[in-house]
Design a protein around this ligand. Structure first.
Ligand code: NAD
Ligand code: ZN
Ligand code: ZN
Length: 346
């Protein structure tokens, strides 16, 4: 089968011919409907050689949905043809965090090992091998080609918002910095979970600001000093209860520090790799800072329920496997409006 693989550091991925995997005991083979292209893949592909311990080559695509193709021996609960979405961060299943569904925070050394990100093959191929049925969530009437981004862009944003939900009562303000794939999901999740919160989106791209408004943002502002002033105005000089940074570079972290309030939350989701200085003077007193990774299995079930009720929907652009390198090139240059999704079977 054809697979789009990470072959060489600081080089674009490559389309290669690989064997179709055979599901072993307890495993499931998925016919891939959609595999989303996440900015994290670009961070990895563009990183200096050996920056992480992953072994190359492996198939990219950690945001996957499709149909059950074949159940390995002893695997139960699903049948060939079932539409499913795949939970991505594969843990040990046995440590305390895994047993609570938080395989994203597996405590076993070397785990989680997400398919498509950590050296294990992902979903930018005709078929994907999933190690256990607990990673499959039924999609019902959702189309895997549209739904795939829910398992990362959707889940990561949902988890980031959930952590601060108690701060988002009536009259509160949440700021979303970076209205790309994840940020657009965060805007919708904020509106779905806390309709009384004023949601402000910041981005450097005018197109993304237009989309942010369509996704439900109350205000969409150019990232920079004027945006900061406007947020101060909206919040009566107090700053926002919650600031979600989906970029993570020096200017966005500095913005996050300036627009957050006393007792607020700054949540750094973007892997821009800059550092936020934290001391008594900044950010505001008792503002907490966290950098979450992905989300839990129960949270993915919540995300699918939100999508099934029409509360959240990704703006998706489809590409064939042959076009995968082109899709990443567009993402690198800011040319993807929502999420690029590779559809190996059309
Ligand atoms: P994306 O490319 O779709 O979106 C990034 C957005 O940020 C774009 O709209 C871009 O215009 C905007 N932007 C760039 N510079 C900006 C600035 N100075 N101010 C405001 N906006 C700016 O990327 P994505 O796939 O949504 O991913 C976003 C980030 O989240 C990436 O760094 C990715 O690696 C990271 N990520 C983290 C996790 C996690 O678990 N922590 C999971 C998935 C993705
Ligand atoms: Zn990702
Ligand atoms: Zn574990």
């Amino acid at each position: 089968m054809k697979a789009f693989q990470f072959v060489e550091w600081q080089r674009p991925g490559q389309l290669r011919e690989v064997p179709v995997p055979e599901p072993g005991p307890g495993e499931v083979l998925i016919k891939v409907g959609g595999a989303g292209a996440c900015h994290s893949d670009l961070h990895l592909l563009e990183a200096p050689a050996g920056s992480s311990s992953v072994t190359l080559p492996f198939t990219l695509g950690h945001e996957n949905a499709g149909w059950v193709e074949q159940m390995g021996s002893g695997a139960t609960g699903f049948a060939p043809g079932d539409p499913v979405i795949v939970y991505g961060p594969w843990g040990c299943g046995l440590c305390m965090n895994c047993r609570q569904g938080m395989e994203n925070y597996c405590q076993t050394a070397g785990k989680p090992s997400p398919g498509g990100l950590g050296g294990t093959n992902g979903g930018m191929a005709e078929y994907l091998l999933v190690p256990a049925t607990r990673y499959l969530i039924p999609l019902g009437r959702l189309d895997p080609r549209e739904a795939a981004p829910l398992t990362d862009a959707g889940l990561t944003s949902y988890h980031a918002v959930k952590r601060s939900l108690h701060l988002l009562g009536p009259g509160s303000t949440a700021v979303v910095i970076g209205a790309g794939g994840l940020g657009q999901m965060a805007i919708q999740v904020l509106k779905a979970l806390s309709g009384a919160t004023t949601v402000v989106a910041l981005d450097t791209s005018p197109d993304k600001l237009t989309i942010a408004k369509q996704m439900g943002a109350d205000e969409a502002l150019a990232s920079g000093d004027d945006g900061i002033t406007r947020i101060k105005d909206i919040t009566g000089g107090q700053g926002a209860e919650v600031v979600l940074d989906f970029v993570g570079i020096d200017p966005t972290l500095a913005t996050a520090a300036r627009v957050s309030r006393v007792l607020g939350h700054i949540t750094i989701v973007g892997l821009g790799n800059a550092a936020l200085p934290v001391n008594f003077h900044s950010p505001a007193t008792e503002c907490s800072v966290a950098s979450p990774f992905w989300g839990s299995i129960p949270e993915l079930i919540d995300v699918i329920a939100l999508a099934q009720r029409g509360k959240i929907k990704m703006l998706v652009e489809h590409f064939t496997l042959d076009q995968a390198a082109h899709a990443y090139d567009l993402l690198h240059h800011g040319g993807i409006q929502g999420r690029a999704v590779i559809t190996p079977h059309g």
